[in-house]
Design a protein around this ligand. Structure first.
Ligand code: PMT
Length: 399
């Protein structure tokens, strides 16, 4: 399924290097042409011979070796592949990539390439959460390096936590998806809502919430990447709509209700990321309310619960909600799945640093009506969106 694609696998020096053998083998089984570049650290954990035997095409370790296949080896290795995958990516190599250091063949290749780069970090959880590593990852994400994992779990050092490399099957699945988006969503009509609704008090004031729209726009982008026809119904944000996505701007919860309901019957999937105001002022004043010095009371009345209404009218659509919670995350979120008749719910504790409103990253759990649950580590919103899109594709396949 990857025939015609050339993939360069960069292997760096961590215990997870042994898993590079399975990654290379899986890529070969999908008919990719695989080349490998190993750092000095990597060859201490796994031999070039093992990878050469599995990768077949070539394994490179030395910047100064005489080029056997192409002229100026690191430039050729940087330009020839369709994609570069660094797995495992140690904290050290990520730091070099972020700083533009080219002191070995792999980092030279990474500096000389304009091809898509994927990185699967693997390190001890304290190293992963160190501010230096997090800052390096943030820089690399800005430069469009795509991160796969890491995940949480048992670590070789004996502790448990974030920083374990994703499993080879997962890494290869993400590489394959880059070239072949999941077909289950291809051509499907998907509605995504985003942003925080604004509920008017008077012509100059409104009630709203902290939603920036980032999470919803990321979901719209990931859906588009997977081949879906995406309608993004967005409350006001400062973001540009992802290319190829149809944008329907709305302001209030009632406008969002109308926009969503009018498209719902034709939709295959609906992902409701928007933070909808539960209440609105009973009346919006025609003129600016003047300051009098007296206390002012604004009466609020409930807005329609859009998602609950969609749950009632569901006719085969996949309905996915988000839940922003500040306490008892799973308990409250599970109650919403049932009450709103959802196929899946993405729960985030918006009090956690690096999660929820406004931040570039999020920390979420995927919940299902049968009580199943998947916890993701802190990741950029676009990474979470891509994983969510795969989950939704699986739900479509199962239907
Ligand atoms: O926009 P960002 O800054 O990136 O922040 C992302 C986010 C925190 C907004 C996002 O991750 C998130 O949690 N979105 C859901 C916010 C929310 O309104 O949660 P809720 O628990 O109040 O609502 C549950 C679900 O019901 C949501 O899918 C919501 O869209 C929907 N709802 C809620 C109220 C209402 N009147 N109508 C609805 O449809």
């Amino acid at each position: 399924m990857l025939s015609g694609k050339t993939i360069l696998v960069g292997v760096t020096g961590g215990i997870a290097a042994y898993k590079a053998a399975e990654i290379v083998s899986r890529l070969k089984k999908l008919h990719a042409e695989v080349h490998v570049v190993m750092t000095d650290g990597a060859v201490r954990f796994i031999t070039p011979l093992a990878l050469r035997t599995l990768a077949a095409t070539s394994v490179h370790t030395d910047t100064f070796a005489e080029p056997k296949m192409w002229n100026v080896e690191h430039i050729a290795l940087a330009q020839r592949p369709d994609l570069i995958l660094v797995a495992p990516a140690t904290a050290n190599t990520l730091a070099k990539m972020a700083a533009g250091i080219a002191d070995n063949l792999l980092t030279s290749v990474l500096l000389a390439t304009d091809k898509p780069v994927f990185a699967a970090p693997a390190m001890n959880h304290v190293m992963y959460h160190h501010p230096a590593t997090q800052a390096n990852i943030a820089v690399l994400k800005e430069r469009r390096v795509r991160f796969i994992g890491p995940v949480s779990g048992f670590q070789a050092c004996g502790s448990e936590g974030d920083g374990r490399m994703s499993e080879p099957a997962e890494i290869v699945a993400q590489v394959r998806e880059y070239f072949q988006p999941p077909s289950a969503l291809n051509g499907k009509k998907v509605i995504v809502t985003a942003g925080g609704t604004q509920e008017s008090i008077d012509p100059v004031r409104f009630i709203t919430n902290r939603s920036s729209g980032r999470m919803g726009y990321a979901v719209a982008e990931a859906m588009r990447e997977s081949g879906a026809e995406v309608c993004l119904i967005s409350a006001p944000t400062h973001l540009q709509a992802p290319s190829g996505v149809e944008l329907t701007p709305v302001v209030s919860a009632q406008e969002m209700y109308q926009a969503v309901l009018s498209r719902y019957d034709r939709a295959d999937v609906l992902v409701k990321v928007a933070a909808v105001a539960d209440y609105r002022p009973a009346q919006s004043a025609d003129q600016k309310i003047k300051k009098t010095g007296d206390q002012l009371t604004i009466e609020l009345i409930p807005n329609p619960d859009i998602l609950a209404e969609l749950g009632k009218r569901k006719r085969g659509q996949i309905l996915v909600g988000f839940a922003a919670e500040t306490e008892r995350l799973i308990e409250h979120a599970m109650e919403k799945i049932r009450r709103k008749n959802l196929d899946m719910l993405v729960a985030n504790d918006v009090t956690k640093p690096g999660a929820g409103f406004e931040s570039l990253t999020n920390i979420v759990s995927f919940l299902y009506p049968d009580g199943q649950r998947k916890d993701l580590v802190q990741m950029s919103k676009i990474e979470i969106a891509r994983i969510l899109v795969r989950e939704i594709a699986e739900l479509i396949e199962k239907k």
